[in-house]
Design a protein around this ligand. Sequence first.
Ligand code: PBG
Ligand code: ZN
Length: 340
Amino acid sequence: ASTAATSVSIAGDIGSQLHGGYHHPLARSWQAERQLTKSMLIYPLFISDIEDDETLIPSLPGQHRRGVNKLVPFLEPLVRKGLRSVILFGVPLKPGTKDALGTAADDPMGPVIQTIRLLRQRFPQLFIVVDVCLCEYTSHGHCGILRDDGTLNNQLSVDRISDVAMAYAQAGAHCVAPSDMNDGRIRAIKLKLIEEGIAHKTLLMSYAAKFSGCLYGPFRDAAGSAPSFGDRRCYQLPPGGRGLARRAIVRDIGEGADIIMVKPASQYLDIISDAKEIGRDLPVAAYHVSGEFAMVHAAAKAGVFDLRTMAFEVTEGILRAGATIVISYFTPDFLDWLDE
Ligand code: PBG
Ligand code: ZN
């Protein structure tokens, strides 16, 4: 009897010993289901229509808006360090460019289409994602075409946004990523891609669970895309809307999305985990947005924590929740940090 008692208590002691499993740095890395690697990262680029522009965005630390002429020299060292993918946002600054229909969004001489062509030619290995929305190009700053009462006209918006997505895909974008949140746009884009015979070589990434809130402020400074009246709460999801997010994810998978995105990331880790569960069979992306990035920088500057340690901690949290693709303004830093 005493022998049995001893072995039970030893078994209990053995089960309590965890430290041996993560004493060594390599063993610590083995504890993660997924390691952050360079190929998981997509870097956002703001492209202005002023060719020689290179302007620091004050609310987005270290990030610039660049004209087409400044892109190649900026990207060359990053590509050499292992940058695999960028997401493009057009920023029309020239006066008179914006109108009620966002006509400039698919201007063949506009900054986005010019940049797609340039990057395909200069960096053949770089995967080009293009954000598809109208808010940067509309005079009212909303993500679609409006009715007289100021609400979105869903049908007109979807028609227009799917045309814009087509123009980017035809110019050579590997991936189009509609961020507008109009109902039915994934299906409309997929159908047009099929019709044009380019669905097989164009990835459709849906901003499926995109929440409204105050974390896009620095982005809107960078892109000049703040709405001139009202807000986006009638099309971006309410922060408490977990069920609505799940429905949007199910819907967009059904409409033909190849990748599901959740945005913002750190405040919505449960949604990332839901997306992974619902979208078991497709990759899940998370967008660590401008406000999240600015918050990390502000706190590090205030001495709350070390910037690099927090950049890893937040990104590893996003991976742990279920994402395997992260859109991050920290990408250039990670290209260095992951080599050290
Ligand atoms: C455009 C768009 C936005 C972001 C990505 N695409 C802004 C918005 O919806 O207001 C935000 C990205 C960021 O904050 O980094 N619809
Ligand atoms: Zn928009």
